[in-house]
Design a protein around this ligand. Structure first.
Ligand code: LLP
Length: 432
C-alpha cells in the first residue's frame, strides 16, 4: 500500500513527507499523490498480466505527469475525450499507445484522433462506424477499430447481474445480433481496420465471476466471426473495473489473481471454440491510482448534534467536500479517515466528516471513529481518493479545486496547481 505511516509526533508521512509540512507549504485541501505507489501498482499490472496489454484508464485521474509515468512503466493509455487526448499528446505520449473510448465522440474528436494516429478507436454505434469510416476515407487513412459490445453482464463490487438485455447506452448488444452486424460492417468498411471486440462490465468489481461470464459471451462472438466471416480478430479487450478496498470491510481480489484467472478463462474458451488466442488487453483505472492518493483537509468546526433516543453525532466540518470528492454524495461511497497532524489519546467517538458546501448531502466520510478531542486546526487524511475524485471535481459554490501534489523520496512537486478565484473569474465575461 501507500508509503504512508505515522511518525513520532503522530503525524502522517507520505512519500517521506510530513503532511503538516505539505499543508504549510501548499495549503489545504490537497490531493497527495504517492508516485512510488502509483508506479508500483502500474508495474504490478504490467508484470501480472504478462501476455496482456494494460491500458491505464485516464478517466480515473489524468494529468501530463501521470501520462508520463504510465508510458515509462510500459502501460498504454485509455482516453475518452478530446481533453484527455490533448493531455496525452501534451505529455508526449506515443499516439499508437492510446485507445479512444466514448459513446458519442464528436467529429472533431474523431478527426483529431485519426490525424494523430491513435492506436485504437473503440466504436460504440452504427452511426459512429459510418462517421469514422467516412472521415478516414476522406483523408486516405485507415482507422484501427475495436468494437464495444455488451455481454449482458453488469458487475459492481462482489455482485454481478447477467441478463439477456442490458438497458444502457454503451456498445452493441451481443444477444440482439447487433454485435455481429457491427463486426460485419467494420470488416467491410474501406476506412476501418478490425482489431477486435471490447467489453467493459462495470467498476469496483471484487471477483472474477462477472468477467468470466462476459469473457465467455464475448469469445463466443469472437469465434462466430472466425467461423462465419473467416476473420480471426487479433485483439480482445476485457475492460477495467478491478476493485479496491476503501474501508476495512472491503476485500477485493488481488489483481494478480484476477489476471491469472482471466488469462485461464480466455485460453480455455478459445480452446473450446477452437480459435487462436487473441492478444488480450485490460483497462484498469481505479486499481492503479485510487490507493495512491489521499486527500488532506483541515478541520474548521466540530459540532455535536442530538439524535433520537439521547444519541448524538459529531459533525466534523473540513475545508473541502463534495466539490473535491463527489463519490460519497453520488454513489453513497464509503471512505475512512484518520487524524493526520498529531497524536491523540482521547477516546474514539463516532464522527461524520462533512464539507463546506451548501447542502446536507455534502458528506466526505459517513462514519468514522475519530478521537473525541478532534478540533479546529486538526488535519484529517482521507485515503483512497486517487480515482474519480479530482477527475470528477467541480466548482460548486465557486470553491476552487485543490492541487495535486506528487511526493517521492521526501520531495514534493505540484503536478496540478490549486485553482484560484481568478481562475474561476477568468471564464466570467464581466457584467454585460
Ligand atoms: N474502461 C472503460 C471502457 C470504462 O468505461 C472504465 C470506467 C474503465 C475502463 C476503468 O474502470 P476502473 O478500472 O477505473 O473501474 N465514476 C465512477 C466510476 C465510473 C467508471 C467509468 N468507466 C466511480 O467513481 O465509482
Amino acid at each position: 500500500s501507500m508509503t504512508a505511516l505515522k511518525n513520532a509526533d503522530g503525524a502522517l508521512e507520505i512519500g517521506g513527507l510530513d503532511v503538516r509540512e505539505l499543508v504549510a507549504e501548499h495549503g489545504s485541501p490537497a490531493y497527495v499523490l504517492d508516485e512510488a505507489d502509483f508506479r508500483a501498482r502500474a508495474r504490478a499490472f504490467k508484470e501480472g498480466f504478462k501476455n496482456f496489454d494494460v491500458y491505464y484508464a485516464g478517466k480515473a485521474f489524468l494529468c501530463t505527469t501521470v501520462v508520463r509515468w504510465v508510458m515509462e512503466e510500459g502501460l498504454n493509455l485509455d482516453i475518452c475525450s478530446g481533453g484527455e487526448l490533448a493531455t496525452a499528446l501534451r505529455a508526449g505520449a506515443d499516439p499508437a499507445r492510446l485507445g479512444f473510448h466514448g459513446n458519442n465522440k464528436s467529429v472533431s474528436e474523431l478527426t483529431r484522433a485519426l490525424e494523430a494516429g491513435v492506436g485504437r478507436i473503440i466504436v460504440d454505434s452504427f452511426h459512429e462506424i459510418e462517421r469514422l469510416d467516412a472521415l478516414a476515407v476522406e483523408r486516405g487513412l485507415v482507422a484501427p477499430v475495436m468494437i464495444r459490445v455488451t455481454a449482458g453482464v453488469e458487475a459492481h463490487t462482489h455482485e454481478y447481474i447477467a441478463t439477456a438485455h442490458e438497458d444502457q447506452k454503451f456498445g452493441f448488444s451481443i444477444t440482439s445480433g447487433d454485435g455481429f452486424e457491427a463486426v460485419s460492417r467494420v470488416q467491410r468498411a474501406e476506412g476501418l481496420e478490425l482489431l477486435g471486440l471490447h467489453s467493459h462490465i462495470g467498476s469496483q468489481i471484487f471477483d472474477s465471476s462477472g468477467f468470466e461470464v462476459a469473457a465467455k459471451r464475448v469469445l463466443a462472438l469472437h469465434a462466430r466471426v472466425s467461423t462465419e466471416l473467416g476473420v480471426d480478430m487479433p485483439e480482445l479487450d476485457l475492460g477495467g473495473g478491478f476493485g479496491i478496498a476503501y474501508t476495512t470491510q472491503d476485500d477485493p481480489s488481488d489483481p494478480h489473481q484476477l489476471a491469472t484467472e482471466l488469462g485461464k478463462i480466455v485460453e480455455h474458451e478459445c480452446k473450446a471454440f477452437d480459435v487462436e488466442v487473441p492478444r488480450v488487453s485490460i483497462e484498469p483505472g481505479r486499481a492503479i491510482v485510487g490507493p495512491a492518493v489521499c486527500t488532506v483537509y483541515e478541520v474548521g468546526t466540530v459540532k455535536e448534534v442530538e439524535l433520537d433516543a439521547g444519541a448524538s453525532r459529531t459533525y466534523v466540518s473540513v475545508d473541502g467536500g463534495m466539490s473535491d470528492n463527489i463519490r460519497t454524495a453520488l454513489y453513497d461511497a464509503d471512505y475512512s479517515c484518520t487524524l493526520a497532524g498529531r497524536r491523540s489519546e482521547a477516546e474514539p467517538t463516532l464522527a461524520r466528516v462533512v464539507g463546506k458546501h451548501c447542502e446536507s448531502g455534502d458528506i466526505v466520510v459517513k462514519d468514522e471513529f475519530l478521537p473525541s478531542d478532534v478540533r479546529p486546526g486538526d488535519l484529517l487524511a482521507v485515503p483512497g481518493t486517487g480515482a474519480y475524485c479530482r477527475s470528477m471535481a467541480s466548482n460548486y459554490n465557486h470553491v476552487p479545486r485543490p492541487p495535486v501534489i506528487a511526493v517521492r523520496d521526501g520531495q514534493a512537486r505540484v503536478v496540478v496547481r490549486r485553482e484560484t478565484e481568478d481562475d474561476l473569474l477568468a471564464l466570467d465575461m464581466g457584467v454585460q
